[in-house]
Structure formats: C-alpha cells, structure tokens
Design a protein around this ligand. Structure first.
Ligand code: ARG
Length: 589
C-alpha cells in the first residue's frame, strides 16, 4: 500500500500542476502546528524563488484548485505562504479499511529482500551475564525482528566469546584445585567423562577467582596463557574440559536469554573459526596485504582522509597467537563463504567503534567481503544508574542480569497485587510479562547510541512513556473487546470501520495511518526507538479517544461496530509493534 503521506501528497501535486507549477512542490508533511491543521505543504514557499512570485499568491492559487478535492476537507493559504491542510474523514476511513484488509497493514515488502546477519549478544562463556550484556541482546533482538517483519531474511548470531584467555584462566584454576583430574593427565588416552567436573555456580565462582589471581600473580598469568595456547593448539584433555565449560555455560545462557525473550538462530562462537585462521593469514600474506611489523603481522588500514590516527589491524601477535581481530575477520570470511549475506550488523558497546572501524577497513581492503556487502556497526551507550555512573548493585558490585530481572519482577509483582486479589500464579506470570516490557521499553525508547539511566521507579510505572503503560493500554482494549463479546457482539469486519465522528477519534485514526512509514523508517535506520515513540503516541491517542467516547453503550449499531473495528485495528498494531520490540502483553493486569 502507498504510504498515507504519499497518497495525500499526490493530490497536492496535482493541484500544483493544475495551477501551473512544478508538481514536486506538492509534497505534504505532518503539521508543525497540530492545533491549526493536520498536515501542511510548504511548496509555495519553495516555489516563490523559482517563479519569482509571492509565496502566498502561489498558495492561494493552489488552494483554489483544491476546492473540490476528494482528499482534503480544508486547504487554507496562510501568510507568508503555507498551506494548512485537513484530510476528509472518508479518506482516512478508506485507508484504515485497506490497512485492516491487507497483510502487515499494507506495509510494502522490499523488491529485493536483503540477507542480513545480526551479530549481537556476544556473551563471554563462563563469565556471568551482567547488565552490560543486556543492551546488545535487547537492541539486537528488536532490530532482527523489525528487519524480519519488513520482509528481509535475517539471521541472528550470538558470537560467543569462547576462545580467549578466560578459558585458559578457568582451566588453570581447575588444575590448581584438582590436579588429579583425568583431563590433566598427558598419558591418558581413553574417553573423557560425560559429566562435567563442575556446576554452573562453581564455574561462575572460578572465573572471577582466576581472573583476580592472574592480575596479582604473573606466574599464574603465564600459566593461564600457556593453558590457552594448549587449548587452542588442540591438547585433548584441555579440549575436553573446554567442551564441558562451553556446554554448562551455554545451557545457562539459553535459560537467561529465554527469560529475556531473545532467540538466536546461530550459536556460533570465536572458537568456530579457529581452523579458518591459518588459511586466511596465508591469503593475506600471499596477496601482500599483511606484513611483519615489530614481529607482529599487521594490515595497514589508515586512509588519507583520516583526521585521527587509525592504527594498523593486527592479525597475529609476535608469538603467533591470534587476537579478537583475527577471529572477527575469520568470522566475516566464514559468513561470506557459507551464508552470503548482503549486510552484517554488529550490535556492540560503542566503545568498540574504533576497533570495528579497523576490522571493517581490513575486511574491505583484503577483499574478504564483496564491494557491496554492508558492514554496519551499531554502537550502543552505557546503561547508567540514577547517579549517572554505570549501573551497579546496591552494594556497589557488578549487577548480574538475573538479579536485575528478579528485582524488577518483584517490583512489578508488588504493584500488581497492591490492593487487589489476583491468583498467585497469574500474578507471578503477569509480573514477569510486565517486568520485561519495563526493561525492554526503558532501553529501546532511547536512541541506542546514547547512554541512559536505568530508573526502576520510572520504568515500572503504569503512567508515562513506559512499557507497562503500553501494556496497560493494550489490556484496556482487550477488556473492552471481551465485554463486547460477552454482550453477544461478533468480531467486526474491516468494512465496519466508520468515518470519524469526533476529533479524538480522527486523531486516533490519523495516528494509525502512520504505521507503515514508521516501520519502514525504523527498519532503514535500525531504530527501535522510533517504534517506541510511535506506540506511545498511538496509546495516548487511543486513551484520549477512550475517555471521550462511550463505546459499549453506543446505541447506533453501525457506529458501535465501527468503534469496535477501530479498537481491533489499534490493538493489532500495538501488539505487532511490541512484538518487534521483543515483548508481549498479558490478557489482564
Ligand atoms: N564478546 C565481546 C565482548 O564481550 C563482544 C562480541 C561482539 N561481537 C563481535 N563480533 N566482536 O566484548
């Protein structure tokens, strides 16, 4: 379906043409003065120079041509030359009817859908998930869903950090504690046990302990580096132990991400490209891209137009070990070879932007990607506490993701059961659903690149620009629709929609018309905050309409069915939008 603004612009363009002016001047935009008009056209202002004529005269002539317009109910030329517009109720009604009848509310699918890989989540195996990992998961998941809804083929890849020093640290600590484990016996040739020699909680304690020791004790650190090296070069026992760490950790991660309603298509990690690295390195050397500098193998990535120093991209350290870079480049190579994406989007902390600049330049220079393959870094800001510093626990420690979620679940549970009788099980379920909306909406409603303040009181409020407010609105609509059903009403056809009979109804309808241009824009700009801003406006428009309208007691049958059809459409759009944001609404709350 045509976007609503394009549709009404078309009418205005015809009027400009009929008045003897360039048709492109007839572009219509949303009104800057909603108190005066619904839309406006500034074409006469732009035309003034072109035609050497006072803009208000042009505007007047165009308005004259709109006298019998089927689209506009009001076209007023106002000094110095703006055209203030109102759209006919019938046009809005027709548009909404078509939206209701079309799949995805008439959102146009791309002519050439893109294949997009989204690299997000990026947790490090055996390190507990903390709030720093939250944003990547929430934003990445939403971007994935928006792109998918918009008709692209999207693959979400978690890109586990599962191959670095943290693995060597854990292995080292295990060896200190239990040197007799069969994994450390070089002479052992049998099968290794299927049961891991630790639980997830042990693992989560082992890592910080090991990491702490390595910072104080250089011999310990040496050992950890050696263990990492042995693991990467394939020592059997080390590999077997690593598999256990991976399995235990991934099972825990899956549980955590499920609670967040985050789903990955691929659970690949840095380790998966280990065997690809030697071939890639050889290629980079053979083609003359990589050279030895101070013992290390590097690729120059600086460009003449640089205003800041972009250091070379290091491929191998002087001891031959690979780096974070190396695995990212090899992952690009693997993705290109096996998945052939048109674009790869990385949702990572914005402090890694220089790093990704190097990686992308290196990938382009060494032709790991095709010229038209998109590489996009979507850097997000820090989630801060109310004090403006990175979010911490009350005691000042790093906040575990699980604790944060529990805290918000409890807060929501308290609010839901406050002064009300709700069956325990239902209250718990609802609290979880609403808490997730609080966390996700609180995050996504900010532009991703900005830092934001995680304010539990604000985010869990049922009023204002929050997830719970949006859910509350959806639940309100659902409850009206249920009552309607109980009264014997049947689900209305899209054709039941009526012309708006009040200002607030029209405002709601006009808000709905914006859906497809909003979604297209949110997809193009990988901007979930635009979806949030839209549903906030839509929820406000609905609540305004609700407070001014007697819906279920309306006596005119057609009118009542029209209201119900409008409610159905509003609910469906709101639910579609929260689904692409990655949360859902309960039936009641
Ligand atoms: N594991 C990394 C970290 O914690 C994030 C991974 C981001 N993705 C990537 N392809 N480098 O910093």
């Amino acid at each position: 379906m045509k976007k609503f603004l394009d549709l009404i612009s078309e009418e205005m363009k015809q009027a400009f043409e009929a008045a003897g002016y360039e048709r492109e001047l007839g572009k219509v935009t949303l009104s800057n003065r909603p108190d005066l008009c619904e839309y406006q056209c500034n074409g006469a202002m732009a035309g003034a120079k072109l035609y050497k004529k006072a803009p208000v005269m042009i505007a007047g002539e165009v308005a004259e041509k709109c006298k019998d317009s089927k689209v506009f109910s009001e076209v007023t030329a106002v000094p110095p030359g703006f055209l203030n517009l109102k759209v006919k109720e019938a046009v809005v009604k027709e548009y909404l009817t078509e939206m209701s009848e079309n799949s995805k509310f008439g959102l146009e699918m791309p002519e050439k859908p893109k294949k997009i890989i989204i690299d997000y989540g990026g947790p490090n195996v055996a390190k507990p998930l903390h709030v720093g990992h939250l944003r990547s998961a929430i934003i990445g998941e939403s971007i994935k869903r928006i792109a998918r809804y918009s008709g692209h083929e999207v693959i979400g890849d978690i890109h586990l950090g599962d191959w670095g020093l943290q693995m060597g640290l854990i292995i080292t600590e295990l060896k200190e504690r239990e040197p007799s484990l069969v994994y450390f016996d070089d002479a052992y040739t049998g099968e290794y046990p299927e049961e891991p020699p630790f639980t997830i909680s042990e693992l989560e304690e082992i890592y910080p302990t090991a990491s702490g020791k390595s910072k104080e004790d250089s011999v310990y650190k040496e050992k950890a580096m050696d263990a990492t090296f042995k693991l990467q070069s394939g020592v059997r026992g080390y590999r077997a132990l690593w598999k256990h760490i991976l399995n235990v950790s991934v099972a825990d991660l899956k549980k955590n991400y499920k609670n967040l309603n985050v789903e990955f298509d691929l659970w690949k990690g840095e380790s998966d490209v280990h065997d690809v690295i030697p071939g890639m390195v050889k290629y980079m050397k053979d083609e003359g891209y990589a050279y030895i500098s101070e013992g290390a193998l590097v690729v120059d990535v600086k460009e003449e137009t640089d205003t800041k120093e972009i250091p070379p991209c290091m491929i191998l350290k002087s001891d031959g070990a690979s780096l974070y870079n190396t695995t990212d480049l090899a992952t690009i190579l693997e993705r290109m070879n096996h998945l052939h994406p048109d674009e790869i989007i990385y949702v990572v902390d914005k402090r890694q932007d220089l790093y990704f600049e190097q990686v992308f330049r290196c990938a382009r220079k060494t032709k790991l990607v095709k010229e038209d393959t998109g590489l996009k870094f979507l850097g997000f800001g820090t989630m801060n506490g109310k004090d403006g510093k990175p979010f911490k626990t009350r005691e000042g420690g790093v906040m575990r993701l699980e604790s944060l979620i529990n805290e918000i679940n409890e807060e929501m549970y308290r609010k839901i059961t406050d002064n009300r009788e709700v069956p325990e099980e239902e209250a718990r379920e609802t609290a979880k659903t609403v808490a997730l909306s609080a966390i996700k909406y609180g995050d996504l409603s900010n532009q991703a690149s900005k830092d934001y303040i995680f304010d539990i009181d604000k985010f869990t409020s049922f009023e204002g620009d929050t997830g719970p407010y949006i859910l509350y609105t959806i639940v309100r609509i659902k409850s009206i629709l249920n009552k309607y059903k109980e009264q014997g009403g049947t689900a209305p056809e899209a054709a039941a929609l009526q012309e708006a009979c009040s200002e607030s109804e029209k405002a709601l309808m006009l808000e709905i018309t914006k859906f497809n241009s909003m979604m297209e824009n949110a997809c193009e700009e990988t901007a979930p905050h635009k979806v949030c801003a839209y549903i906030y406006d839509l929820a406000n428009a609905f609540n305004h309409f609700y407070h001014e309208t007697k819906i279920l007691t309306e006596e005119d049958k057609n009118k009542k069915e029209g209201f119900i059809a409008l409610l159905v459409l509003t609910r469906d759009i709101l639910e579609t939008c929260i689904d692409v944001l990655g949360f859902s609404a309960p039936e009641r709350m």
